[in-house]
Design a protein around this ligand. Structure first.
Ligand SMILES: NC(=O)c1ccc[n+]([C@@H]2O[C@H](COP(=O)([O-])OP(=O)(O)OC[C@H]3O[C@@H](n4cnc5c(N)ncnc54)[C@H](OP(=O)(O)O)[C@@H]3O)[C@@H](O)[C@H]2O)c1
Length: 404
């Protein structure tokens, strides 16, 4: 069996650590050649000692010296800063790059990997929300495969790929034919499902960080609590699978066992099920088109007893999901604006500068501003245009924060 060589962007995060757990169980199948982290030098050093990559990169320059001296003499090259991260992302010996940096910071390293001809295991949904058309055009140009890591998109991918789609041949992920009616994304509903607006007003960062089904990084935990995560996933599905926004439905499923479904026009609905543990979609993405063993417990439906499904909640209580649909309809660079405004809002909420319900207010205000300032959906433009929109939105959002 040939060994697959892996670069891991965001190795010190929740997805990164789970990816290394899967890889550690299969030393005969996978070899880590590059690890990339943001600021956690100590954890990166420990990972490098254990997995012996050819190169590591740390974004924060102040951490670089510590990593360099700890790994001196190990044969591992240590890079740092933005250029170091980009160099490691395009590392020549890697076949597959796991994109698991959080937020907009993941876009350029992932594009660098695609441009270097690497297949992508995609966890960083923000790069599609920010730059979907450009990202997918680059994927097509390079002829690389994109295998989703997000559990919902992995579920849809697995259903669609049931003998039909070409990512396993290194082609571009694509939805085939007219026979798909709807993609149904499931959502746990987050920790505040059923809460009144008055109760939501009092939500603190600590409350929002404790998710009922998944252990995740801080940003995605807050996004799950506001349902913006589901909104970002709708946009991710729109670009990954090439369906219309109106074909992507969200249904609340508190048990997080059915990870998503595809409703075909003949009346069949196919779903993928499993215990909620990110090691399953990670294992799928790493090994595709093969399947490997994980230590994730097998689903026992009889023990579980029941699976419940509900309509998505009222827009007035959880406006973020509808804001994401609106950004898709608005077109142009509106999803870039949505992403940047949301990142600023989530950081401000975590720093206790704004309340939970201020997050959608700030995002909506930025989308309104953008709509007023642009004449229509002219497309997102070049990478420089996208980065410019991202920067301008962050400035506007920071100015909003100063006024509130
Ligand atoms: N967690 C999940 O279960 C889950 C599920 C589906 C999708 N996702 C998606 O996967 C991505 C990662 O989520 P997460 O929960 O793993 O986040 P996380 O725990 O916060 O980890 C983020 C990772 O990104 C690194 N990073 C941040 N800024 C960086 C930069 N400028 N350059 C290089 N590395 C940087 C961090 O490094 P340091 O820690 O060293 O600073 C860390 O390794 C997100 O896009 C999220 O939406 C996550």
């Amino acid at each position: 069996m040939a060994v697959k060589t892996i670069t891991l962007l965001g190795s010190t995060g929740s997805i990164g650590v789970n990816t290394l757990r899967v890889i550690a169980d299969h030393p005969d199948r996978f070899r880590v050649v590059a690890l990339v982290a943001g600021s956690n030098g100590q954890q990166l050093i420990e990972q490098a000692r254990r997995f012996r990559p050819e190169v590591v990169a740390i974004h924060q320059e102040t951490q670089a010296e510590q990593v360099r001296s700890a790994l001196a003499g190990s044969g591992c090259l240590v890079l740092s800063g933005t250029t170091g991260v980009m160099e490691a992302a395009a590392w020549a010996t890697a076949q597959l790059v796991v994109s698991a940096i959080v937020g907009a910071a993941g876009l350029q390293p992932t594009l660098a990997a695609i441009r270097a001809g690497k297949h992508i295991a995609l966890a960083n949904k923000e790069c599609l929300v920010m730059a979907g058309p450009l990202f997918m055009a680059e994927v097509t140009r390079q002829g690389v495969g994109v295998i989703p890591v997000d559990s919902e998109h992995s579920a849809i991918f697995q259903v669609l790929c049931n003998g039909r789609c070409g990512a396993e041949q290194g082609g571009v992920l694509a939805l085939h034919g007219q026979d798909v009616g709807q993609l149904v994304l499931t959502a746990s509903g987050g920790p505040f499902r059923g809460w009144s607006r008055a109760a939501l007003q009092r939500v603190t960062p600590a409350m929002a960080l404790s998710h009922p089904s998944w252990q995740m990084g801080k940003k995605i935990s807050i996004d799950s609590a506001t349902l913006m995560n589901k909104g970002l996933e709708v946009i991710e599905a729109f670009y990954l699978f090439g369906v219309g926004g109106e074909q992507i439905q969200v249904v609340i499923h508190p048990e997080s066992i059915v990870h998503s479904m595809v409703a075909y026009r003949d009346g069949s609905v196919l779903a993928q099920l499993g215990v909620p543990d990110m090691r399953t979609p990670i294992a799928v993405a790493l090994a595709w088109p093969e399947r490997i063993t994980t230590t994730v417990p097998t689903l026992n439906l009889a023990q579980l007893g029941e699976l419940r499904f509900f309509d998505k909640p009222e827009e007035r209580d959880f406006p973020c999901l509808e804001l994401a649909y609106r950004a898709l309809r608005q077109g142009g660079a509106a999803t870039t604006v949505l992403n940047a405004a949301n990142e600023v809002a989530v950081a401000a909420f975590l720093a206790e500068k704004i309340g939970f319900l201020d997050i959608p207010c700030l995002v909506e205000w930025c989308l309104d501003q953008h709509q007023r300032e642009t004449s229509g959906p002219a497309g997102m433009g070049s990478l420089e245009d996208i980065l410019q929109t991202d920067r301008a939105t962050r400035r506007q959002a920071e100015a909003w924060l100063l006024r509130h």
